[in-house]
Design a protein around this ligand. Structure first.
Ligand code: PMV
Length: 328
């Protein structure tokens, strides 16, 4: 008998970043992080466990994938086979509705959707916490995409990673008109993967200790600001946290620099807009594209200013999105 399951999960943007692993193979982070799940970009994945198959068949956006990605996905499915005691291979079909042109990575939504669809197709009944631990084994940020709204990923202390999971702080039905504008300056594949960038930073950056020492208080401040709906306080800590992360990686050797001149132009614009009274704050992941946090009443103004910059190729607007769910 073939067992099917299909799931959808959305991308998330870290407000307080995860940067650095304490265990590369279990994907255990050096620090806790805080994110916002977004409502526009998602991955849908269907898993069919079929006793007839002699190996895993994986299609992403209807295409076969490169050897390394295939190997990583098979390793992830092996984990689920081990947990379920079901040895059969599976057909995996995944569609990413995360356009490269929107400036988001699809690994968070991808592994969150796969964790849910595959665990269900293999007959596992996991709690959201267990699902988040499983998704983390595919990609760290995927552990957060299991939940909607504002999400906290606990670093955890245990060496087996059982206490390194995400949880919902406040779900997506929160009366707070906050939006994220994604401003894309490049759609090229990044030259340094986040895995390599993190490793280089942890091993060589003299500032890494300072980064680690300051993250927990950034998280506390961000949680407090979210609960109090204090946009200024949230924006300030978000922007400062992103700059600290980039400063820390820039001080690694060899240095890890994701900024381009376009990134800097947007940073300057956002800071200038604030001086003119428009409250907007930026955050930047492991790439040159910029996400701008603003209140809905200002989104139009911020968007118009962004598209005036020649470096900006496109802008997309998102708000709070839902957690991963089974569909059909
Ligand atoms: O989970 P990964 O390997 O895609 O790493 C994510 C790293 C950042 O996007 C820079 C920060 C974060 O917390 O999402």
């Amino acid at each position: 008998m073939i067992n099917h399951s299909k799931a959808r999960a959305y991308t998330n943007i870290a407000l307080i970043k995860y940067w650095g692993k304490r265990d590369e193979s279990l994907i255990l982070p050096m620090n806790s992080s805080l994110s916002m799940t977004l409502d526009r970009y998602f991955t849908e994945t269907e898993v069919s466990v079929d006793p007839i198959l002699s190996n895993d068949q994986i299609l992403i956006d209807q295409n076969t994938i490169d050897v390394i990605s295939h190997h990583n996905l098979v390793r992830f499915l092996n984990l689920i086979r081990e947990m379920s005691g079901n040895p059969y291979f599976a057909k995996v079909e995944s569609i990413n509705r995360v356009p490269t042109a929107a400036g988001f990575a699809s690994s968070a939504s991808g592994y969150a959707a796969l964790a849910l669809a595959a665990s269900s197709a293999y007959g596992l009944k996991l709690t959201p916490k267990e699902l988040s631990i499983l998704a983390r084994r595919g990609s760290g940020s995927a552990s957060r995409s299991i939940f909607g709204g504002f999400v906290l990923w606990h670093r955890g202390q245990l060496i087996n990673g059982e206490d390194s999971y995400s949880e919902s702080l406040i779900d997506e039905v929160y009366e707070w008109p906050i939006e994220v504008i994604s401003a894309v300056v490049s759609t090229d594949k990044k030259s340094i993967s986040s895995r390599m960038g993190m490793k280089q930073t942890v091993e060589t950056s003299p500032l890494y200790k300072g980064w680690l020492e300051s993250v927990d208080s950034d998280i506390m401040r961000a949680i407090h600001a979210i609960k109090a709906k204090d946009f200024t306080s949230l924006g300030e800590v978000v922007e400062h946290n992103a700059l600290k992360m980039h400063a820390t990686m820039m001080s690694a050797w060899p240095s890890v620099i994701y900024f381009t001149s376009g990134t800097l132009e947007i940073i300057n614009l956002v800071q200038r807009m604030r001086q003119e009274g428009i409250e907007a704050y930026f955050t930047i992941d492991a790439g040159p594209n910029v996400k701008i946090l603003c209140q809905k009443s200002d989104t139009g103004k911020v968007k118009n200013a962004l598209i005036q910059l020649s470096a900006v190729q496109s802008v997309e607007i998102c708000s709070l999105g839902k957690g991963a769910s089974l569909i059909e």
